[in-house]
Every structure is written in structure tokens, then in C-alpha cells.
Write a protein that binds this ligand. Structure first.
Ligand code: C5P
Length: 319
């Protein structure tokens, strides 16, 4: 049976904001029966965002373009996959769209740019195609496309368990903290490779049972820093993938060393599977000043840099 829908005008448009994320905490707990890793993370949306200009059509075609010629815009792109999956689940083969992606989030960086683009596509097309999928239904669809995607939809500060798709919002998290991000534009890290390195090096020490996983989740949920992030009590930052990626990735080592030398830095880490690294600052002024003062060092080390604040939500429609 086909679902009901209230389609928007054939050429209606919408702009969707797709924010990047960083990992304040990424802990590999163990290996799951489905081959993925069981994780305990704290993910944080940041104000480094891509924009998707989405136009409705009814010719059954999905067309994708991007301002960055280096990005694949074929059927492997998560935007394309998200549009296809949503159309399939709707049962309306005639649904089509033209999407233009304005890419600002660095590609292959550990910042969930691709996942966020996919999540933004689900939200934009659910609206334009008038499908009426609930937030919960979109969350479930998004988890089929990528482990980080449910977080990208919800955003803000979230504890993320399971493959990364089981979310628990951190309430009253401090959003005044700012981020200085750096990345070597010529380097990217494969996420499957980073996890396989972790398994090779630390697999023997992984927790084995669900009850062991649950004990770690409870301990993380009780961490006081989660609920009182401040200059006196900055997030301690932990990334288990950093332990395996940094020692064999000079671009990450350099980035961490340069960021650690900045006196006002609260804490420094790699994001996700890298290679982007970030430093936290008490506010945007401090982050901006640190970026301006260290621009030469970044350039000499071949690093691009950005600074932005924490963000309190994820994907958003601009109506
Ligand atoms: O879910 P996603 O497509 O983002 O995952 C990319 C790859 O990262 C997976 O194929 C897997 O190799 C690895 N991964 C993992 N455990 C997770 C998430 C990702 O091993 N929880």
C-alpha cells in the first residue's frame, strides 16, 4: 500500500544546513556480532556547515552537483543514497530532485561531513516530497545509511552508543566553547582502516560482554564534565582511534603538536578517525585570536584552519 503525501509545488526549493561534528569522546568498547565496533562516544555539533539547495521534481531523476570538483557526485555519494532510500520507502517512483551542495566541511576528515549531507537530504526531501515521515522514522532510515547519521540529524551534544546510532542527549551542555580545527587538505583517513588498526592493536583488550559494555556506559553517563563544561572544567577529550592513527600519520602528529603549543588551549584531540584535529577554547574570541596568531605555523605545516563555536542542534531546514 502506498503512503499518503502532500507534495509541495513541482519546482519548490528548500535550503538545508548540514553541520559538522567533532568527537569530545570516542571510546572503542569492543566488537559486535555484526562486525561493527561497540562505541561509547560524546559527539558535538559545530558551526562549520555545508548547505544543500534542494529542488523538487517529478521526473524520477536524482541530480547532484557540488561547488567542490573533487567530490564524487555519483550514486556513491550519501546524498544520492539518502534520496534513493527515501524514495524507495515512499513507494513513489516518480519523485525526483536536483540538489546542489555547497561544501565547506573538509572531505574525509573525521567530521561527518558526508553523513551530515545525507541526513540533510532526508530532512529536505521529506519536506519537499511531502512524505510526512516522523523524526523517529527519519532517524531509523538514517541509521541504515551510516552510524553517524542519526547524530547528524539530532545534533547538539549527545552521548552515542551502539554503532554510534543510539543517542542520549546531554542536557544543559555548555555551548559557549569554541573550536579551532586544522587539517592537511591532501590527507584523508579511511574509517574502516582506522577501526581495523584498533582491532589489530587492542582487540585482545576489548570488553567482551554486553554487561561489561553497560558498566562502561554507566560510568561515562555519570561523568561530571559532561554536565558542567566550563573553562575550569573543560571536556577532558579522549579518542581511542587517535592512539592508532596518530603514531603512523605525520599530518595528525604535526597538527596535535602545533595545537598543544597554543597557551590558551583547553584541550586538544583528533576528531573521529581523523585526520582533522581540534583545540577547544573558552569562547570564540580566544579561538579566533589563536587562529590569527598561528596562521603562519599552520600554513608552514600545510594545514588548513577554521574556527567556529559549538552548535546546539543538527540538520536544519531554512524556510
Ligand atoms: O557506519 P559507517 O558507514 O559510517 O561506518 C564506516 C565503517 O567504519 C564501517 O564499515 C566499519 O568498518 C567502521 N565502523 C566500525 N564500527 C562502528 C562504526 C564504523 O567498525 N561503530
Amino acid at each position: 500500500m502506498k503512503m499518503m503525501r502532500e507534495a509541495k509545488d513541482a519546482r519548490a526549493r528548500v535550503r538545508v544546513i548540514a553541520p559538522a561534528k567533532i568527537n569530545l569522546h570516542l571510546e572503542v568498547l569492543g566488537l559486535r556480532d555484526d562486525g561493527f565496533h561497540e562505541l561509547a562516544m560524546v559527539m558535538q555539533s559545530i558551526e562549520l556547515v555545508d548547505y544543500l539547495e534542494i529542488t523538487n521534481s517529478s521526473n524520477g531523476l536524482i541530480n547532484l552537483s557540488c561547488n567542490d570538483p573533487l567530490l564524487d557526485t555519483d550514486s556513491n555519494n550519501l546524498i544520492y543514497k539518502a534520496a534513493e532510500l527515501l524514495r524507495l520507502r515512499s513507494g513513489f517512483d516518480e519523485l525526483g530532485t536536483t540538489i546542489h551542495l555547497e561544501k565547506n566541511i573538509p572531505i574525509g576528515a573525521g567530521l561527518a561531513g558526508g553523513s551530515s549531507n545525507g541526513a540533510a537530504t532526508l530532512v529536505g526531501l521529506n519536506y519537499l516530497w511531502g512524505l510526512g515521515f516522523s523524526d523517529k522514522e527519519l532517524e531509523e532510515l538514517s541509521a541504515e545509511l551510516g552510524s553517524d547519521m542519526p547524530f547528524c540529524l539530532a545534533g547538539g551534544t549527545q552521548l552515542c552508543f551502539g554503532r554510534g546510532e543510539r543517542l542520549e542527549q546531554v542536557k544543559n551542555a555548555n555551548s559557549s566553547i569554541a573550536v579551532l580545527l586544522v587539517k592537511d587538505p591532501s590527507k584523508s583517513v579511511s574509517t574502516p582502516w582506522a577501526y581495523s588498526q584498533s582491532r589489530e592493536k587492542y582487540g585482545e583488550k576489548y570488553l567482551k560482554t554486553e554487561s561489561e559494555f553497560e558498566i562502561r556506559r554507566k560510568i561515562l553517563k555519570d561523568e561530571s564534565w559532561l554536565y558542567s563544561m566550563s573553562q575550569e572544567n573543560p571536556p577532558p577529550l579522549k579518542n581511542d582511534l587517535q592512539k592508532v592513527v596518530a603514531p603512523i600519520t605525520p599530518a595528525v602528529q604535526n597538527a596535535l603538536e602545533i595545537l598543544q603549543m597554543i597557551p590558551e588551549t583547553l584541550s586538544v584531540a583528533m576528531s573521529g578517525s581523523g585526520p582533522s584535529c581540534f583545540a577547544l577554547f573558552s569562547d570564540m574570541n580566544a579561538a579566533q585570536k589563536a587562529m590569527d596568531q598561528n596562521l603562519n605555523s599552520f600554513t608552514q605545516a600545510g594545514l588548513d584552519s577554521w574556527c567556529c563555536s559549538f552548535r546546539t542542534n543538527g540538520v536544519a531546514l531554512e524556510l
